[in-house]
Design a protein around this ligand. Sequence first.
Ligand code: 4AD
Ligand code: MG
Length: 431
Amino acid sequence: MPYASIADLRHNVGQTVAVRGWAMTTRSSGKIAFLVLRDGTGYLQAVFPKNEVVDGAWDRFATVTHEANVLVTGRVREDARAPGGYELTASDVTVVAPSVDYPITPKEHGTAFLFEHRHLWLRSRRQVAIAKVRNEVEHAIADFFYDRGFVRVDTPILTGSIGEEAGELFATEYFDLGSAYLAQTGQLYVEAAAAALGKVYCFGPTFRAEKSKTRRHLTEFWMCEPEVAFADSEDNMRLQEDFVSNLVARVLDRRKEELTELERDTAPLERVTAPFARISYTDAIAALQAQGSDIQWGTDLGADDETALAKAYDKPLFVMNYPKQVKAFYMKENPDDPRTVLNNDCLAPEGYGEIIGGSQREDDYDRLLARINAQGLDPATYKWYLDLRKYGGFVHSGFGLGLERTVAWICGIPHIREAIAFPRQIHRLYP
Ligand code: 4AD
Ligand code: MG
């Protein structure tokens, strides 16, 4: 008898197949019993009519417990009301491996308990839906850049040069060479690659030893960082709005079922189309002050400020030209207002805040060196990075999109820790 995956049952209508999976729920009325199982490809209800099952099957059904690994045989039936469109009229069930006292029960558990059991919690319908949306976004990212002629360049995770901020580094001893840092960004390396390949991106894990315990911070998160030769800050924002709207449209198109499972209101996502609104940091401060905030020009925007600003818009918003002092050393000075830089953050709507940080890069050797020194960074570790300004310096821009923040927003989940299979936070290293 052939094994069938739940997702492929449409090819087996009318046939008798064996399905392997995990038992999610069982119920029995005495004459007929029901088992819902999951095999990773989908969900399936198997119906056991007592007088049609093989000898012993009815008793074996009674031993099926939550999350037991089961083998069910039966005939595939099309059923429009069934979750995946198919049901199994089952004739037999075997417990392949039992599951005794599965810790996650239908009752409500606290989040601490669920994260301690993350390795098991991943099996829940909601977590499966989030994982599939994340996978869709990852593929959409790869397709978006491949279709536009970008070359993916994989950047190192062990780095000598500090990518963003000295205060938030994980360091480790690196043989005789002193400290190596876990990459906060791949940016410096994709800048070098852009001079070789024109349009490039990296996409991988990045690390921040931030002591932030917010719903938007992880110590390890995935970031996608394109870098484009001959692109200025305006080009950069056009690429971002095209990119973000493309990712959202792809999920809306291909992950309807998962968004329904997550009870995501898709109306706000349908509105995510280019162009996005743009305001300057200076205007943002004025807008916040007009709303009664006591924020002063020169301080960075906090999560609450971002939420307040984004409220006035029904799609993502670009905030541009932040003060130099709150941004990284590599951003290009704004010729129209040298107190500021040619950068932008992209704020997601619905209170999700910053999902992208991007900028035009400082391409002038002397200015970049001055900024490295001013931020107390060691110029010796940036010799190679400064070389890019020495040998054919070029206008270039890029940005970083945080994958977990983007997935959390698209899924409509409150905390980004659910947007990655095994989140790393200051107080969490297991599972
Ligand atoms: O704004 P950030 O720090 O920018 C950079 O790292 C640049 N080097 C990117 C570039 O221009 N190539 O981070 C970019 C994005 C943020 O907008 C956010 O989405 C995400 O990365 N991010 C985090 N996500 C989860 N946890 C954290 N601790 C994050 N820090 C940043
Ligand atoms: Mg940022």
